[in-house]
Design a protein around this ligand. Sequence first.
Ligand code: MG
Length: 156
Amino acid sequence: MRVGFGYDSHRLVEGRRLVLGGVEIPYHKGLLGHSDGDALVHAITDAVIGALGLGDIGRHFPDTDMTWKDASSVMMLKHIVGLVRANGFEVSWVDCTVIAEEPKLAPYMERMEEAVSASGIPHGAINIKAKTNEGMGFTGRGEGVAAYAVCLLRKL
Ligand code: MG
């Protein structure tokens, strides 16, 4: 078995869609990024890449690659899940925490788990949690959203 850890953060700005866990969430700001800025899916992706021992998300999806400009991050994760199978592993479990002061994410947890499973990670193998940061730090001030993820891969 292999474990991987992932972290990501993106800045909240006016004029962008807010996409988290592959779900578009109504809010007056969205996450800035080369892709859709989905910090949660990026953290999951880095956790899976880490468990594979294949570097990091920037190596697989460089900002200079226009293929992934405004791309769905779930599709980027799907590409990495393809590498999991190609390397003889399967995703056994993903657990993650997304930190956002606003908006309230609890109503979207189930839809996020379903949307992330479009990557090929089994629906029953994903757990998503959401927290505020109690007003502290950049997440607490609403300047951005952060996410942490761990992934367990099992050798087939
Ligand atoms: Mg990112």
